[in-house]
Design a protein around this ligand. Structure first.
Ligand SMILES: [Ca+2]
Ligand SMILES: [Ca+2]
Length: 204
């Protein structure tokens, strides 16, 4: 008859299990217990890596969203300025006047220059002079509409109109210009979007 092997306490009593499904060896071995605990949580290094990845992804998404928004804003400005120019052409033809004679100003945007005009007060001369020019042009255009939403560009700045045609007399053949100050809210720098307005009549 073969003798049964004697199991020691150190051997961890391999047979049997706890209600949670762990073997006696897992419950009683300090080394295995450490491994189990490590897999249930995060180390500080792992947390820092995850936070760094989230930060990088957030930056990428933020840049992408801003880029899409900027393109949409420029597209809106382009559409509004094109509508303004169409209206100005019709207005000049119907009134047989230059824009300078219609608005009564040779520089409606002079009060807007060399400063940030985003979200300026409606009492500011930059804003009131633009609204005056817009109103005069709309009124002179008769039935032409579509400029009522142009009080400010998408960044909150009034549009800049500079009336130039024949401003200094009949030989003055500089074109009128209309522009948005762009994202930075300052007129006449590289992020502007602007156009020249065709002459009211042929200029020699
Ligand atoms: Ca001018
Ligand atoms: Ca600008």
């Amino acid at each position: 008859m073969k003798a049964r092997p004697v199991q020691s306490v150190q051997d961890g009593l391999v047979r049997g299990s706890t209600p949670a499904g762990c073997t006696f060896r897992q419950m009683k071995s300090p080394r295995n217990r450490i491994i189990i605990n490590t897999h249930l949580g995060f180390t500080l290094v792992e947390l820092l890596v995850v936070i760094s990845i989230i930060g990088v992804l957030s930056s990428i998404i933020f840049v992408a969203v801003n880029s899409v928004r900027a393109k949409a804003n420029y597209a809106k400005v382009k559409a509004e300025l094109n509508q303004f120019i169409k209206t100005a052409i019709i207005t000049q033809g119907e009134a047989s006047k230059t824009l300078r004679n219609i608005t009564g100003s040779g520089c409606s945007d002079c009060a807007c220059r060399s400063r940030d005009i985003r979200n300026i007060l409606t009492s500011d001369s930059c804003y009131t002079q633009w609204i005056n020019a817009l109103t005069m042009i709309q009124n002179a255009s008769g039935t032409v509409a579509g400029l009522s939403g142009m009080t400010r560009d998408p960044w909150g700045s009034p549009y800049g109109l500079d009336e130039n045609e024949r401003e200094s007399g009949p030989p003055d053949c500089r074109q009128d210009t209309i522009r948005s100050a762009g994202p930075d809210g300052i007129l006449y720098n590289p992020d502007d979007l602007g156009y020249s307005i065709p002459f009211s009549s042929p200029c020699p």
